[in-house]
Design a protein around this ligand. Structure first.
Ligand SMILES: [Ca+2]
Length: 224
C-alpha cells in the first residue's frame, strides 16, 4: 500500500524583508555623493529562512517492495527525549534480491516526498538529521522538484556521527557535492523534496531546508 500521510511543512523561522533605514542617516540635504536623500535606496536585510520537515511525516510514502514487504516504517522511541523517525529496514536489499537495483539512483523501492514552501527566491541548502546504521547503511538519495532520470538524484552520504564501525549516533548530515554544500536556487512558492532509499538501515529524523549552509544548531547528538 502506498500510504499518503499528511503534508507537514513547519516554518520555524520564516524569512522576510526588514527595512532598517536609509543608507544615509541624515534627515535632510544631500548625502556625501551629492545625491538627494530622497533618491537613496533603503538598506534591506534579509532574515534567514529555516524550514523544518519531520521525516516521519511525508506528503507521500511508498514504503513497500513490489512483493509487499514493508521496508520503511515509522518508529518512535525515547532517547532521553522522545524522537519519531523513519527507519529503512536493515538488510532488505540482499534479502529481497535487489542488489542489481542499488547501482541505479532512485531505482530501489522506498520513496518519500515532502512538499514545502519557501517565502522568497533565494539560495537554499539541505541538512538531514539521521542516524546511519553502519558503513554500508549511511546514505539516501535526495531530489529537488524533479526526479525524472537517475541523474536528477543527489547522493547524501558521509561518515558523520560515527562512533565505531557499526555504531553511529544521530547527526546533521549536509547535502554535499564535490566537497561543497549543494546549493538550490529556489523560486518563492511550493517545492517538493524527494528521498529515495539508497542503502538499508538508516534512521531519518528531520530535514532542514535553510538559507544557511551551516548545520542546524542543537540536537547533535541527542541529549542523554
Ligand atoms: Ca522526526
Amino acid at each position: 500500500m502506498r500510504g499518503a500521510l499528511a503534508a507537514v511543512g513547519v516554518f520555524v523561522l520564516v524569512g522576510g524583508i526588514v527595512f532598517i533605514g536609509r543608507s544615509d542617516n541624515k534627515t535632510e540635504g544631500t548625502n556625501p555623493t551629492g545625491t538627494n536623500i530622497a533618491d537613496t535606496k533603503p538598506i534591506v536585510v534579509l532574515k534567514p529562512v529555516k524550514i523544518v520537515l519531520e521525516c516521519e511525516e511525508p506528503t507521500t510514502l511508498e514504503n513497500k517492495t513490489n512483493d509487499g514487504i514493508e521496508i520503511i516504517s515509522k518508529k518512535e522511541q525515547n532517547e532521553g527525549a522522545p524522537i519519531a523517525y523513519l527507519e529503512i529496514k536493515s538488510g532488505f536489499i540482499d534479502e529481497c534480491g535487489l542488489g542489481n537495483d542499488k547501482t541505479t539512483a532512485g531505482k530501489l523501492p522506498g520513496r518519500a516526498t515532502y512538499e514545502f514552501e519557501v517565502p522568497r527566491k533565494d539560495t537554499y541548502y539541505l541538512h538531514l538529521r539521521a542516524k546511519w546504521r553502519d558503513n554500508c547503511g549511511n546514505a539516501v538519495w535526495v531530489g529537488m522538484d524533479k526526479v525524472d532520470t537517475p541523474d536528477d538524484w543527489i547522493d547524501l552520504s558521509d561518515q558523520l556521527g560515527k562512533l565505531s564501525e557499526k555504531n553511529f549516533t544521530w547527526w546533521w548530515h549536509p547535502l554535499m557535492v564535490g566537497g561543497k554544500p549543494r546549493a538550490f536556487e529556489l523560486e518563492a512558492g511550493k517545492h517538493t523534496l524527494f528521498m529515495n532509499v539508497q542503502k538499508d538501515g538508516p534512521k531519518l529524523d528531520q530535514w532542514v531546508i535553510s538559507t544557511d549552509p551551516q548545520p542546524p544548531v542543537g540536537q547533535n547528538p541527542v541529549k542523554k
